[in-house]
Design a protein. Structure first.
Lengths: 132, 132
């Protein structure tokens, strides 16, 4: 369990099968931002990436990252989670990839996503900021 | 006019009076992300901040920033605009503040936002990435 918890007031944004934006820092100093699916493991937030993606390269070079959630029904209600990201390989069965796709009612093979070089990026919160 | 243009395919996301996420880089190395209102001035994106906000301090120290738009009707359709931000003071009439609030059908005095130390942050795109 991480020392920094996601407050109950905004926990629904994390538990919903929605989309969050992941901000990493590129080698050229600009934030890189993409929309991602995520899976909560307690207060840790995990996503599935491939080694070849720019965000993975950014995270391997600089693990500082931020996940940002906007309430789809109220854009003034937001949740910002800054944290440190660790990258590990998914297992031979791609268990994590199947788990996160399952959370969204999807299947990675049917969706045609790349199955090679699958890794799990886990963000451990160091600071959480809520609005609204 | 900036050298990097916002493609016509995703221009609607910029012209809509929606919410974008602004990623800046904090002194501690973590991305800071907030939801903002924005106003397009051609290919430059502008927002109204106050000098005391953390994002303003971040931008004055490190002008690298990214605006990220998610299509509210399709989360796989996104627009990422990385750029350099310049900060200038709003004028005595707070013309820019009134202009951006007007774009959203709002009034800053009625909304009760701070009127002191108002600045305009303008992001000039250096790289634009679209998805969907």
């Amino acid at each position: 369990m991480s020392a920094v918890e996601i407050p109950a007031s905004h926990r629904d944004l994390v538990d919903a099968a929605g989309v969050a934006s992941l901000s990493t820092i590129g080698a050229n100093g600009y934030p890189q931002v993409t929309a991602i699916w995520y899976l909560a493991e307690g207060d840790t937030l995990a996503t599935s990436l491939t080694l070849g993606r720019q965000k993975t390269k950014n995270l391997l070079r600089d693990p500082h990252a931020t996940l940002f959630f906007i309430d789809p029904t109220n854009p003034f209600r937001t949740l910002e989670i800054r944290g440190d990201v660790t990258i590990t390989h998914d297992d031979a069965d791609l268990s994590f990839l199947h788990k996160i796709f399952g959370h969204y009612g999807a299947n990675p093979e049917a969706a045609g996503v790349p199955l090679a070089d699958r890794v799990v990026a886990r963000l451990t919160p160091v600071r959480v900021i809520t609005n609204g």
